[in-house]
Write a protein that binds this ligand. Structure first.
Ligand code: SF4
Ligand code: FES
Length: 244
């Protein structure tokens, strides 16, 4: 088993109101089979044993499907590896004695809560603004009741893979939520079940983007590069044609 030593330069901030700073930690003899989050777990065990405050970071599934992890590794949301969430980033991707700078996703729409954890509730409000169905629809219909052709099903699924991590927003110089909202709209808007509220959903979500303070898309495509699910920025053009 290969072992490496890494220097972690981590943003430490006790609360939203306190001033933060980078603190350096060196971890030796780390198995390259560890994920970056597992290395942080190891560091936290040491901090706790020494009576220090552990580093706060978000995570849940650790399988790349929940979207809760996510911070900057050397300035890049989810780190240097394409199409990879932070929980799926393994130490074998780094050279021995590398310094890794870990800091929270940086945008005014995601205020820091503590250390690497940010408040992404603006994304929840965006989703809620899309509305929900409160009709009594009776029993669950058969899975094949609505015919969906293979092309539409595949295309819809490609956008449904958005995990709501917010990397697209944090990577955008305008903090635009366009890729996230486009993915959500395209996911539902390509299926027969999503047609009833399609236009209303688009206009409500676009309006919410503005009121939350997200910026406009200026086609830099950093969102697409940062997206761990490789969602294409072409969906933003698709979104712009919705609700017209
Ligand atoms: S579009 Fe990609 S980067 Fe943006 S929230 Fe969804 S999965 Fe994350
Ligand atoms: S912890 Fe769920 S996507 Fe990373």
């Amino acid at each position: 088993m290969k072992k490496i030593s890494l220097v972690f330069r981590i943003w430490r901030q006790k609360s939203q109101l306190s001033k933060g700073q980078f603190v350096e930690y060196t971890l030796k003899d780390l198995s390259t089979n560890l994920s970056l989050l597992e290395a942080l777990d190891k560091l936290n065990e040491e901090l706790i044993l020494n009576g220090d405050r552990p580093i706060n970071f978000d995570h849940d599934c650790r399988e790349g499907i929940c979207g809760s992890c996510g911070f900057l590794v050397n300035g890049q949301p989810h780190g240097p590896k394409d199409a990879t969430t932070i929980c799926q980033l393994y130490l074998r991707n780094f050279k021995d004695h590398t310094t890794l700078t870990l800091e929270p996703l940086q945008t005014k729409t995601f205020p820091v809560i503590q250390d690497l954890v940010v408040d992404r509730s603006s994304l929840d409000r965006l989703i809620m603004s899309g509305g929900f169905c409160s009709d009594d629809v009776g029993k669950a219909p058969d899975a094949n009741f609505f015919k969906v052709n293979q092309t539409d099903a595949f295309s819809s699924f490609q956008t449904a893979t958005c995990i709501g991590c917010g990397a697209c927003i944090a990577s955008c110089r305008n903090a635009s939520a366009s890729l996230f909202v486009a993915a959500k709209l395209a996911h539902l808007g390509q299926l027969p079940q999503g047609q009833l509220l399609r236009s209303k959903r688009a206009s409500q979500m676009k309006h919410q983007m503005l009121s939350e303070g997200f910026g406009s898309c200026s086609n830099n495509l950093d969102c697409e590069a940062a997206c761990p699910k490789e969602i294409s920025a072409n969906w933003i053009s698709w979104m712009n044609r919705e609700d017209d």
